[in-house]
Design a protein around this ligand. Structure first.
Ligand SMILES: [Zn+2]
Ligand SMILES: [Zn+2]
Length: 214
């Protein structure tokens, strides 16, 4: 171990590109089960979900060592891995999380469910539905409504362009009924959502560059 200080920092999986998502819905609308595309989107989403959950845990005092993956319990001071000797200040670690939409919040149970179910899904049709379901969740969602759209932590962009993007995705003749139904529910919930008005106000004001994604 010696006195070497290793400043390796965690690397978080990025949010998904809109083009990737658009392609995914287009293919499913044509009834074409593009297994490669489904896996590309699904495993990107899985990595993203795992990053959000890990970053959230880190903020709560359980950081994962970026070198040996062991969990380091901390009280928001310096981090030191007892297994491999990696060290880092909490301030430097925390900086990697900030402004990256990595707080699970009310998406936590949905992210956990996805992480658990996606790798176990038997068919690509099942995988497709799991992906679609996660993308259309709201934080703290219940059967009647929810908070911020979870998509803001999963797809690149601001809330003010992510929501119209999801709303305008081209579905097709072959889009599974379950996927259609999810979108209808998602639209109903957005209609009642308090963030909808805020997004509109922000757009009206100045087309501001501020991120409404939270
Ligand atoms: Zn370590
Ligand atoms: Zn966010």
């Amino acid at each position: 171990m010696g006195t070497t200080i290793n400043y390796r920092l965690p690397i978080w999986a990025p949010r998904l590109r809109k083009a990737q998502i658009a392609q995914f819905y287009e293919a499913s609308g044509r009834g074409f089960v593009d297994e490669e595309l489904i896996d590309d989107v699904g495993f990107s989403l899985l990595a993203r979900a795992e990053s959000i959950l890990a970053a959230t845990e880190a903020s709560r005092g359980r950081a994962q060592c970026p070198v040996c993956s062991i969990i380091i319990e901390h009280d928001h001071e310096d981090l030191k891995c007892s297994h491999c000797g990696w060290e880092c200040s909490w301030a430097a670690f925390k900086k990697t999380i900030k402004y990256k939409h990595l707080h699970a919040g009310g998406m936590k149970p949905f992210l956990e469910e996805f992480v658990e179910k996606f790798p176990m899904a038997r068919s690509h049709a099942d995988r497709l539905v799991l992906i679609d379901t996660l993308i259309h969740k709201y934080h703290w969602e219940t059967s009647t409504g929810g908070g911020r759209p979870g998509a803001c932590c999963l797809i690149e962009g601001k809330m003010s362009n992510i929501m119209p993007f999801l709303d305008s995705l081209s579905y097709g003749e072959q889009t599974p009924e379950e996927v259609e139904a999810t979108r209808e529910e998602w639209r109903k919930k957005w209609h009642k959502n308090k963030w909808k008005g805020r997004v509109q106000k922000m757009k009206d004001r100045d087309g501001s560059t501020k991120d409404a994604g939270g």
